[in-house]
Write a new protein. Sequence first.
Length: 274
Amino acid sequence: MRNKSSFRFFAIFVLIAMLAAFPFSAGATHAWGSYHWARTANPFTLKLGDNVNSTWDSYLATTSSDWTQSTVLNTTIVAGSSNPRNCRATSGMVQVCNSTYGSTGWLGVASIWASGNHITQATVKVNDTYFNTATYNTSAWRNLVMCQEVGHTFGLNHQDENFSNANLNTCMDYTNSPGTNQHPNQGDYDQLLCIYDPAKNGVTLSTTTHTCTGTGHLDSTTTIGAAPAGFANADMHAIENWGEKVSDNGKTALFVRDFGNGYQVFTFVIWASE
């Protein structure tokens, strides 16, 4: 593990899945594997549990409004049911939390539980230890991180992971200057079509110039079977809970925590030099 004084995690994307391997993709086709929320019709509505304070309420509202512009999904903000410090998951929805989580190195964490290819629950945490500093206490940084972490919970990955190149005008793009990267762009909405709309399979999308090759389909049910309690309730906040580090190229890293019987926790880290 790197010295915390030398590096800061810009964001951590945690995927909790019942899989032995994780097919990662980024760029124009920016879905992570074929993971999706099970539903019987489009558009479907995903609940975002509000466990954030008044400072964050407007940013959560903006994120919810932005993603609801998709034609295949809507989001609605409901009363949260989690202690923000722990931000425990609730089946069938996304719990969104903020707190001063400490000098962990991360600004935001998205944790996604999956059974097979079906997402069953998720949490998003934003770390006020950093957002209370002059560097990150801006509307641009708050919008980018909230928008991106919630976007991960739909099955979206990053469009780009280069901090220094020109912005792509989407919150799913890493950047050192978030001014124009505060909201989704048409490429994000198109990728959601690839994930969720069966009619788009094999269709080339003009805005991203790629062909939908995902497994967009409707499901016969919206009910997902219960996972083992230790897996479903796993607290992945602490670095020591991430499991084994299996790769680290100096810019990104992957940790895996194995619960046995195909239940694993994948922790994807993006490093940023100070």
